[in-house]
Write a protein that binds this ligand. Structure first.
Ligand code: NDP
Length: 513
């Protein structure tokens, strides 16, 4: 991970992202380079890394896809997605220089000939840039293509490091599998060709500054961790809400839904960071060993608890910022009677000493009232209220992941005046105020980590499979029963009413979205 400043308040934001120790030179081969993710996120992330001296001066990026184009067309296309206007780093000459490192390779993902030619092209680029044989393969294609690419890289001898001093790594995009069985199958295929330490399964949520800060908050400070357990915490709420609908991803979303797209990956990742024990060290093995233990401690769902503890929803027509928006079933590319869930709320129990009896309520959905991702820790009430006639809201610690990144702690304070009235107030830490500027895009952080060989923020085979192990029984139960009457929440709302019952029936309530 990148080094962070200690004197944060004074540290100029932009400079803190510079790589003082140059990264190894390397060739990055991006499969699916003509696609949405590559152009919208990955190429701008690489530009950010180049701008901050995190890519070696002679790095090479080779876009691989079936679309017929040459280097010029690829560079022009990439240029359109680089920062514009007053965005940091928008500088024509720097962008021009960056684009000259981009090359394009027209090939077929399952064609052995393409990979023979790719191997040859990589040799040329390696010699041109004196890259020392270091290679990073980035699989940014739809998941159905992953196995072809992995297999062909193996057959072409491209998966092995070129020599004893060089490295070869592969980043694999999410979703990693469609269920537990397919994730296991994919892991097996990947590990036939690559060693686990070469494999970087990406979940871009983990590259967000505020998500990483959760680890610093918990394990870098002395005051919170002693309270972080069943003795002091009543429950935990994790919300990942989007205001947008399905946008251009209907084809993917129809076969995924909120459970696969958000809960299995991002939301369970957040859960494991909130719940894990302190790792012995901040390194990939120690952190990932602790994360997997939490996933393994979550009580599995069975045919009874699925129906009591998991709620699904689908948005109908409604409004977003006062503008009428269609329901999910009216979106282009969605089946008119689609049973795909666009919302999930669920209650998890973690069977270990730290969390016994503390429910974790998770929810995620599209077309909700506003976009926000937060983790809320709700503490227990004061054991005895000495201020008669006054009721005090239990303390909440809220970690805002997006959009307004920060941490706030709510507590009761005496309202000024001659009477003893207690009002809720908050102590706020805002990332922007404290550090200035904006955060680095998660993809830049993670690609940088991969080039440095730091897998701490990437998923290991066992944790991907453990996460699927938790959601598989839910997906199976849903598949074998008819969906609730969809749509069951209007676009722009807080989700289906049934989700409230999860918390209200236990004397709690969701935080407003
Ligand atoms: P795209 O649908 O844009 O696909 C990327 C490229 O793959 C396309 O340009 C196309 O290139 C090729 N491709 C598309 N469909 C097929 C197919 N059926 N068979 C073979 N090749 C195909 O995907 P995205 O860029 O949106 O996503 C890439 C990966 O990243 C996916 O796994 C996605 O889940 C993941 N992801 C995407 C996010 C996003 O914001 N877009 C966010 C998080 C994850 P060509 O035809 O030129 O070969």
């Amino acid at each position: 991970m990148s080094t962070r400043p200690t004197e944060v308040a004074e540290a100029p934001r932009a400079d803190s992202y510079y790589c003082e120790i140059p990264n190894d030179p390397c060739a990055i081969v991006m499969f699916g380079a003509s696609g949405d993710l590559a152009r919208r996120k990955l190429l701008p992330a690489l530009y950010d890394l180049a701008l901050h001296s995190c890519l070696a001066p002679r790095f090479k990026l080779l876009g691989f896809a079936r679309t017929d184009m040459n280097d010029d067309a690829f560079q022009r296309g990439a240029g359109e997605f680089l920062p514009k206007g007053d965005k940091a780093g928008a500088d024509a000459s720097k962008q021009k220089e960056f684009l000259q490192h981009l090359h394009y390779f027209h090939g077929n993902y399952d064609d052995p000939e393409s990979y023979k030619k790719l191997a040859k092209r990589l040799e040329e680029l390696d010699a041109e840039g004196q890259l020392g044989g270091n290679r990073l393969f980035y699989l940014a294609t739809p998941p159905e293509v992953y196995e072809h690419v992995i297999e062909q890289l193996g057959r072409a001898g491209l998966a092995k490091s070129k020599n004893a001093d060089s490295w070869t790594r592969v980043i694999i995009e999410k979703p990693f599998g469609h269920d537990g069985a397919s994730a296991r199958e994919l892991n097996a295929k990947v590990l036939e060709v690559f060693a686990e330490q070469q494999v970087y399964r990406i979940d871009h949520y983990l590259g967000k500054e505020t998500v990483q800060n959760l680890l610093v908050f918990r394990f870098g400070n002395g005051i919170f961790e002693p309270l972080w357990n069943r003795n002091f915490i009543d429950h935990v709420q994790i919300t990942a809400a989007e205001a947008l609908g399905v946008e251009r991803r209907a084809a993917f979303y129809e076969s995924a839904g909120a459970m696969r797209d958000m809960i299995q990956s991002h939301v369970l990742q957040l859960t494991s960071l909130v719940g894990m024990e302190a790792p012995a060290r901040f390194d990939a093995t120690s952190v990932r060993n602790e994360k997997i233990k939490i996933l393994q401690s979550i009580r599995p769902f069975n045919s009874e608890t699925v129906w009591k503890s998991v709620i699904r929803g689908q948005y109908g027509p409604g409004t977003e910022n006062g503008v009428a928006v269609p329901g999910y079933r009216q979106e282009p590319g969605v089946k008119p009677q689609s049973a795909t869930e666009t919302f999930v709320a669920l209650k998890l129990l973690v069977d270990n000493w730290r969390w016994s009896g503390v429910p974790f309520y998770l929810r995620s959905g599209k077309r909700l009232a506003r976009p926000m991702t937060e983790i809320a820790i709700r503490f227990k009430k004061a054991p005895h209220m000495v201020f008669q006639g006054e009721s005090v809201e239990p303390n909440s610690l809220v970690l805002n992941i997006q959009p307004d990144e920060g941490i706030s702690l709510s507590f009761g304070a005496k309202s000024p005046g001659s009477h003893m009235h207690i009002s809720p107030v908050t102590m706020d830490f805002r990332y922007k105020q404290a550090f200035g500027g904006g955060s680095r895009e998660a993809y830049a952080t993670l690609i940088n980590d991969c080039i440095r060989g730091d897998a701490t923020l990437f998923d290991r085979a066992d944790s991907v499979e453990a996460a699927w192990g938790l959601v598989d029984p839910i997906l199976e139960a849903w598949q074998n029963a008819s969906a609730p009457p969809f749509p069951n929440y209007p676009a722009g709302s807080e989700g289906p009413r049934a989700a409230d019952d999860l918390t209200v029936s236990e004397g709690r309530r969701w935080r407003p979205i």
